[in-house]
Design a protein around this ligand. Sequence first.
Ligand SMILES: Cc1cc2nc3c(=O)[nH]c(=O)nc-3n(C[C@H](O)[C@H](O)[C@H](O)COP(=O)(O)O)c2cc1C
Length: 350
Amino acid sequence: MTDPGQLTNVADYESLARTRMDPAAWDYQAGGSGDERSLADNLAAWARIRLRPRVLVDVTSRTTATAAFGTDLPHPIVVAPTAAHRLSHSEAELATARGAAAAGALYTVSTIASVPIEEVAGAAPDGPRWFQLYAPDDRGECRELVERAVAAGYGAVVLTVDLPLAGNRERDVRNRFVLDLGANLAPDQPTDETGLVMGPTLDWDDLAWLRSVCPIPLLAKGILRADDALRAVEAGCDGIWVSNHGGRQLDTAISGADALPEIAAAVADRALLIVDGGVRRGIDVLKGLALGAHLVAIGRPVLWGLAVDGAAGVQRVIEILRDELSLAMALTGCRTLAEITPDLVAETAA
Ligand SMILES: Cc1cc2nc3c(=O)[nH]c(=O)nc-3n(C[C@H](O)[C@H](O)[C@H](O)COP(=O)(O)O)c2cc1C
């Protein structure tokens, strides 16, 4: 199957992307940390959840429309920040930005983008975009990154908080894979032996400081506990991104899907909630929304679309998930995202 027109689901893109990529780059993207238990569990967690569909609802007319911080979005599927898109395609994040914008998806651009964040913005000026921040130790540098993002029209800053040190990614160690830190960070950032940026000093004081200098909405990404989520909200975060970093940081860390209900109950409507990790079907998106997320993010699927077909592949992967979500809504009796309520999810024995 080499014709992108024949690819019907996200897994098809994964299979084809694998054949198009350098094996060490593939391992960097596909892999997790340690025994890759969180990586596997991210998929299993969505699969475990059973749905209780509502019937006899006229679902002829449905909408997946939503909004985030005042920006209207045609659907709740967000492109999660992933580093170094040049590994997947020569047009790197420029193609991702165009594909995401064409599919109406909010694109969270990584600090470790292969191209400057200003150029990513210029590739799809009208596309909604957020900036993911790996906070440099030096507050001056950190502030400069935030100012660049604001000047380039990024709508929010997403501070990643689950990477004090890089996870133990054994595929990369074996492959002697070294990540290129891309075009946005000063070259003197502390990294581990495979090139991953580290920020071991980052703490709640730094979050409070960042809040004080960040003039746009601020989210904390990589939160898995209700107490941390509440503390981040109290520190002024406008959003909480529930994530175990795609199974790449603490192995055996709880999945976003499993952490979400506790966090949604604690945070209630005080912050925007996003979940990611292992989302591969529109049904997973619907489950994330039912469990309390406002938006649901995808990491690797976008990279698979990018490797297969550049911007068009990114667009198609997102559209597949959007269409699957719309069908899942019809089959659960939901006409709007607001109707995707927690009672759609069955209580299951742990
Ligand atoms: C190759 C790769 C690179 C990533 N780079 C970043 C990054 O630069 N910043 C960040 O906050 N998260 C990063 N992540 C984590 C993603 O934002 C996201 O949490 C995760 O990929 C979601 O899981 P999924 O890939 O199963 O959809 C990365 C993930 C992958 C797979």
